[in-house]
Design a binder for this molecule. Structure first.
Ligand SMILES: O=C(O)CCC(=O)C(=O)O
Length: 251
């Protein structure tokens, strides 16, 4: 049985993003929340995964964890079975293969992201779809995502940061969501987010897939990313992505 309606497909085709509200059952959200907290703990105790820190006004905080799928059975199950791969296969029109997975914690004071397209960072495959799965309320104040419509190509950019004149010439829409909701977006969809100005965390799991017929590049992606970050020169921003788009400070 299909999950997406014709109206959802129309929304996706016109906007390059799709918001589905209350699609995850509270028990599943609670299970994912517990898994995310366990992965966050790994960062401080030498556990598996790739973890990045930033300096906030409240001190050194974790900004992101990646590459945890093989090590956490709850995440592994979520990413490989059930509603997530099913919706993706409906959007791609064929089965989906995991490309990468991450948690952006955006704890109070955590940095935002400059306007960018993920396509400039997600090498090896031309087209991806990502899902944002909020674990806390994502509001304008806590640093929700903003989108400005579907784009067919890579826009002018520097280090992944879209040319400010293009950014200023477009209308951006905030997507405020909460636990249980899902936001799907295409790797060409320009998006950005602000610093978390609230006292509460704005954690979100991001899962990125490509068409299975394009191949399995997850291992290649993480190998390349580790090398890019090892070679990145230090700036006033901390590098947590192949794109130089994260606005957090080095810890
Ligand atoms: O989590 C956010 O606020 C934005 C995430 C984002 O754009 C990214 O990780 O590329």
């Amino acid at each position: 049985m299909r999950i997406l309606t014709p109206a959802s497909h129309d929304d996706w085709n016109s906007n390059g993003r799709l918001v589905l509200c209350n699609v995850l059952k509270p028990a599943l959200v609670a299970e994912i929340d517990t898994a995310a907290r366990e992965i966050e703990d790994w960062a401080e105790c030498g556990g598996p995964g790739l973890h990045h820190f930033e300096l906030t006004d409240n001190g050194r905080r974790i900004a992101r964890s990646e590459d945890f799928e093989p090590y956490h059975p709850v995440m592994s199950d979520l990413l490989g079975h059930g509603i997530i791969p099913q919706i993706l296969s409906e959007l791609f029109g064929e089965p989906a293969t995991l490309f990468k997975e991450k948690i952006n914690y955006k704890h109070p004071g955590g940095g935002g992201f400059a306007p960018h397209q993920d396509a400039t960072a997600y090498r090896f495959v031309d087209h991806h779809i990502s899902i944002m799965m909020p674990l806390d309320r994502a509001t304008q104040a806590s640093g929700c995502l903003w989108f400005c419509g579907r784009q067919p190509t890579i826009l002018p950019h520097e280090g992944g940061r879209i040319d400010p004149s293009w950014v200023d010439a477009h209308v951006w829409e905030p997507i405020e969501v909460g636990p249980g909701d899902l936001v799907f977006f295409d790797s060409y969809a320009p998006h950005h987010s602000d610093t978390n100005r609230t006292d509460c965390s704005r954690r979100a799991v991001y899962l990125t897939y490509n068409r299975s017929s394009d191949g399995d590049f997850r291992g290649t992606y993480y190998e390349d990313k580790r090398q890019v970050l090892a070679e990145a020169s230090s700036t006033e921003r901390v590098r947590i992505s192949v794109n130089d788009d994260f606005l957090g400070r080095p810890a």
